[in-house]
Design a protein around this ligand. Structure first.
Ligand SMILES: [Zn+2]
Length: 415
């Protein structure tokens, strides 16, 4: 996930993390602060490692929670990836260290985190815009993606890095998934994995509609590599921890299996000469036994987004529809359809479809009227109503917020 969460709006994700805002001790020397993004840490040996620093808003809250358990110096702050909800709370940790007269903690991360921060600065307006929409306006995104928000790593690695926490080995491993800059930690003597957003109590968020390429196949491979180690604990980037080897291995293997099924089906269809638009319309799904897993609910990411991610990884931007190579403007196309059918018939048809619950089809028709005349208040209101109905029935937090946000923008135009 990305950006800075307001914990009071966490009910946007029902059932996502019942321990939100609390500190959980998993076993002696290992604990996790449940923020919107989790902050895991190892302590009790004279100094601490902290995995992720939470967000601009919640970094100080995470520090306060950690300080209730330990007053040891932070040896290392380790980013699982460079998203704002995981790596933007660092200043609070550094300030705490300096206030206590401790040395400034060193930040470890994968070598590609710095490139991510540079891209955020380059596209800061876009990042603010899409994250405000994705998280339903729950975030203060103003100025969030500017250089002053970033605490760059002091130390970087490429494939793996072996650290020592006062005699306890800690391994950093690179594996692509939600991001290209991801790190998962392995503490071999405890058989404990801290995996960042590779596991988030939902169908993985690969194929986010507004964000850069994600890595469905590599995601599956990384989860399989962690499963081979037979962890006793998984500490995820969001949501509850998993305990016990049997459950940990199941979550890793089954999530990987779901991703592979979607990936392989898209690739099979591409190889058979299907166009992206055909593959999207095919309605690819995962088997019922996987869909029923609580950790694969489509509450954040969802299967259609994964399908898009795989298409984008291997194909170009063209949908395969000839009209879309050099498309007519939506205004011209809308006007043509309106001239053929008449405005009243279009609005009537959209309303009938909406009333019978066929919301996707209703929206497709209602959009034609709006495209033809963007100040048609009846069309604006009808589009908003359909989008609100779609938001109300949508399980994916991301899609739900985009529908609700689009409806809100339309409603604002009629005020
Ligand atoms: Zn996240």
């Amino acid at each position: 996930m990305s950006s800075t969460a307001n914990p009071n709006r966490s009910n946007n994700l029902p059932g996502f993390d019942p321990m939100m805002g609390q500190l959980e001790v998993l076993e002696s020397g290992i604990a996790m602060f449940h923020g919107f993004a989790n902050v895991a840490f190892a302590y009790g040996r004279g100094e601490m490692i902290v995995v992720d620093t939470s967000s601009r808003l919640m970094g100080a809250m995470a520090v306060r929670a950690i300080r209730e358990v330990s007053d040891e110096p932070f040896a290392f702050l380790i980013y699982t990836h460079g998203h704002g909800d995981h790596a933007f709370g660092t200043e609070a940790f550094i300030a705490d260290a300096l206030t206590r007269g401790h040395a400034r903690p060193k930040i470890w991360a994968h070598e590609d985190v710095a490139g991510r921060f540079k891209r955020y600065a380059l596209t800061r307006g876009w990042q603010s815009h899409i994250n405000r929409l994705q998280f339903g306006g729950a975030f203060a995104t103003d100025g969030l993606f500017e250089e002053k928000s970033f605490s760059y790593p002091d130390l970087v690695y490429r494939d793996e890095q072996f650290l020592d926490l006062v005699g306890e080995p800690v391994e950093l491993h690179h594996g692509m998934g939600e991001t290209d800059d991801a790190t998962w930690l392995w503490m071999p003597t405890r058989r404990l994995a801290m995996v960042g957003d590779l596991i988030v109590s939902s169908m993985p968020n690969t194929g986010n509609p507004n964000k850069v390429q994600r890595y469905t196949l590599e995601w599956a491979e990384t989860l399989e590599a962690i499963a081979k180690l037979a962890p006793r604990y998984i500490l995820p980037g969001h949501g509850p921890a998993y305990r016990g080897e049997e459950l940990c291995v199941e979550v890793l293997r089954e999530t990987a299996r779901a991703l592979r099924i979607i990936h392989d089906e898209v690739v099979r269809r591409l190889n058979a000469g299907e166009w992206p638009v055909d593959i999207v319309e095919a309605g690819i799904s995962i088997p019922a036994d996987l869909a029923a897993k609580p950790y694969l609910r489509p509450i954040y990411g969802c299967v259609p987004f994964v399908v898009r991610d795989v298409i984008r990884r291997y194909a170009g931007w063209w949908s395969g529809e000839p009209s879309q190579m050099f498309p007519a403007t939506r205004k011209d196309h809308g006007s043509d359809i309106m001239a053929l059918c008449g405005r009243q018939a279009i609005l009537e048809r959209a309303r009938t479809l909406k009333d019978s619950g066929q919301l996707k089809r209703a929206l497709a028709i209602a959009e034609i009227a709006l495209n033809a005349n963007s100040s048609d208040t009846e069309a604006i209101t009808l589009n908003a109503e359909i989008l609100e109905a779609m938001a109300a029935s949508e399980r994916s937090f991301i899609a739900r917020n985009f529908f609700a946000g689009a409806a809100r923008q339309l409603r604002d135009r009629t005020k």
